[in-house]
Design a protein around this ligand. Sequence first.
Ligand code: LLP
Length: 413
Amino acid sequence: MDAFTYRDGQLLAEQIPVTELAARHGTPLYLYSRNALLERYRAFDSALAPVDHLVCFAVKANSNLAVLQTLAQAGAGFDIVSGGELQRVLRAGGSAGKVVFSGVGKTEAEMREALDAGIYCFNVESESELRRLDRVAQSLGRRAPIALRVNPDVDPKTHPYISTGLKKNKFGVDFATAESLYREAAAMPGIEILGVASHIGSQLLDISPLLESLDKVLGLIDRLQAAGIRLRHIDVGGGLGVRYKDEVAPLPSDWAAALLPRLAGRGLRVLTEPGRAIAANAGLLVTRVEAIKDSGEKHFAVIDAAMNDLIRPTLYQAWMDIVPVTPRDGATTEYDLVGPVCETGDWLGKDRALAIEEGDLLAVRGAGAYGFVMASNYNTRGRAAEVMVDGGRAHVVRARETIDDLLRGENLL
Ligand code: LLP
C-alpha cells in the first residue's frame, strides 16, 4: 500500500488530509502510517514463513516508541546498537528474548544491561569484544549468547557511507579470524555460541551481493561444523533498498525466494535486520514554504524543515521526493529547497520543478527511516513533532521540542 496518496487534490496520510494534521500539529512534522509499517513488517515475516525465523527491526532506522510498539505487537524482534535502544525496545513492550545487539563498540555497562535483560543474541564484532563479553558474563554468573559478525568482503554497490561489508570497513571479523575465534569461543565459560551474522550495507537494490555473502557464510558454517562447532542460526542482516525516486527495489518475497533454497536442509533459524525497507516509505516529513527568493541565478524556496530535521540530502546527497501537499495548477519553476540553518549545505532538494507559493505545504517522502532519528538541535532548533496515523485517527507520538526541552541540563556559571 502507499499510505500517502492524493484524494480530491489533497495529500492524505492514510485517511486524514495532511493539511489538517499540519494545522493541528504545526510544521516541520513527521507523519508515520501505522498500517504501512505493519504491512512492510509482515512482508518480511511472511516471506520467511517457510522456516523458523525472526525479523529484527533495525531500531536505528526509526526508534520512536510507538513505532517499536506497533512492530512489537505484530511479533517483531529488534536489532539494537546501544543500551539506549535496548531501553526503548523494553519500554515499547518488545521482548528482550527477541533482541539482537549489533555494533562495534559495546561498553561493559551495555553488556551487563543486555545480559540482565536476557537478550537473545550479541552480534560480536571483534576478538576484544568476545573476551570482554566472556569476562562480563562470568562476573554475572551467566553465559552470553553470541553470533560472530563476519565481514564477507563483498561490494554491496551502494553509497560508500552505508556500505559495511568490505574489508576496509570497520565492521565484523574476516573469515580466517572468525574460524579461530569460534574455536576460542567454544572454550569460553561465559560464552554460548548461537549463530553467525553479517550485514553488508544499506539501500541495496541488487540482491546478488547478499547472495554472494550468504554463500561465503554458508561455507564458513560447513567448515565450523567439520570442526565440531554447530551453529543454530544465521543472521543475514538488513539492507534491502527502497524506492526514493525511480529505483526498483527488491521485494522481501523475491529476496526470500533467492535466499531460502540455499538454506534448505540445514535446520538453521533465519534472522534478518531490516530497517529502511520497513520504515522509510511509512513516513513523511511535512514542511511549509516560508519564503520564496531569487538570487538572479537560482530560485530558492526557504522551507521550515532543515538539515537538522532531515540530514540525508546533506550527508549522502540523497535524493528524496518532495511533493506539494495541495498541488496547484499552472507553470512550475525550478527551486532549490533550502532550510533556515546557517549552512550552505542546508538543503533538502535541488532543482525541483514545483508550482508553489509562500505558505504552501510540501511533503518529503521516504522520511520514515533515518529521518527523525538523525535529527539534531543545531541552531537551537527544537526537533519536530512526530504523529502516527492509524486509519482516521492521529496520535502524537512525540511532542515538538520546546525551548525548555532544549535547555534542560544546561547551567549558567
Ligand atoms: N543491521 C546492521 C548491523 C546495520 O548496521 C544496519 C544499518 C541495519 C541492520 C539496517 O539496515 P537497513 O535495512 O536499514 O538498510 N543513515 C543511513 C543508513 C545507515 C545504515 C546503517 N546500518 C541512511 O540514511 O541512508
